[in-house]
Design a protein around this ligand. Structure first.
Ligand code: SF4
Length: 224
């Protein structure tokens, strides 16, 4: 099933760049300010980095992001005569992915986000939350990079479920399977998760099998 909320592919590309290392609220605000200040993408391309950076300040890293966005627009202009991603709509997933990866500063996650959110393709992007969850759930090896995780998950996600799974895993990673102190005791995935620490005692026992001060304290008390 295609995503319910689609937007032009170029909007999805710029939104994804703006979303790096900041909250959704900040990147959404930056996108709206950018569109208000420069209603057309060719206006962004011909503006200065400083003017674009000023418009997207709320997204953070504004100088880097402004320069990256303008470089992408310039490359699209060179390829298609104007800054557009419209030709991707006629390409197969693999070709559209390859065309995106040839844009300056675009990696596999950004390219997959454009395919999913801008073109409605059944492609599964792996962000930092999904990367963490996939490793904790044992879906990919513990040391798999985010890029490798995206490759491996492409073969595991059921057809037609990429959008739903992407959105739900990000939500789960933010609310429950947080980077620090995951809330395993209230996690619906706990029964199937090899990393689950579902009770305080369970957690301390796991620590006791390893090292650290909490583990040593557990070993002392349990031997009394
Ligand atoms: S059980 Fe814990 S580690 Fe596993 S997915 Fe849930 S919160 Fe994450």
């Amino acid at each position: 099933m295609p995503p319910r909320f689609r937007e032009p592919a170029l909007n999805a590309l710029v939104r994804t760049v703006l979303s790096q290392h900041t909250s959704d609220a900040n990147s959404d605000r930056a996108f709206e300010q950018l569109r208000r200040r420069f209603p057309r993408w060719d206006m962004v391309e011909s503006a200065t980095d400083a003017a674009v950076a000023s418009a997207i300040r709320t997204a953070g890293l504004s100088n880097v992001k402004a320069s990256r966005i303008r470089a992408m627009l310039a490359e699209l202009h060179r390829r298609h005569g104007r800054p557009t991603l419209a030709p991707l709509a006629r390409m197969r997933d693999v070709d559209a992915m390859e065309a995106l990866l040839r844009l300056p500063g675009v990696g596999p996650k950004t390219a997959a986000c454009v395919l999913l959110f801008g073109l409605g393709r059944d492609v599964f992007p792996v962000d930092t939350h999904i990367h963490r969850l996939c490793r904790r759930l044992g879906l990919v090896p513990p040391h798999a990079t985010a890029e490798r995780t995206q490759e491996l998950m492409a073969g595991l996600v059921p057809r037609g479920r990429a959008h739903e799974l992407h959105i739900n895993l990000i939500r789960h990673g933010r609310r429950v399977c947080r980077a620090r102190r995951p809330r395993c005791a209230e996690c619906v995935l706990s029964p199937m998760c090899p990393s689950s620490v579902s009770t305080e005692r369970d957690g301390v026992e796991r620590l006791a099998r390893g090292h650290g001060r909490r583990g040593a304290a557990y070993r002392r008390t349990s031997q009394r």
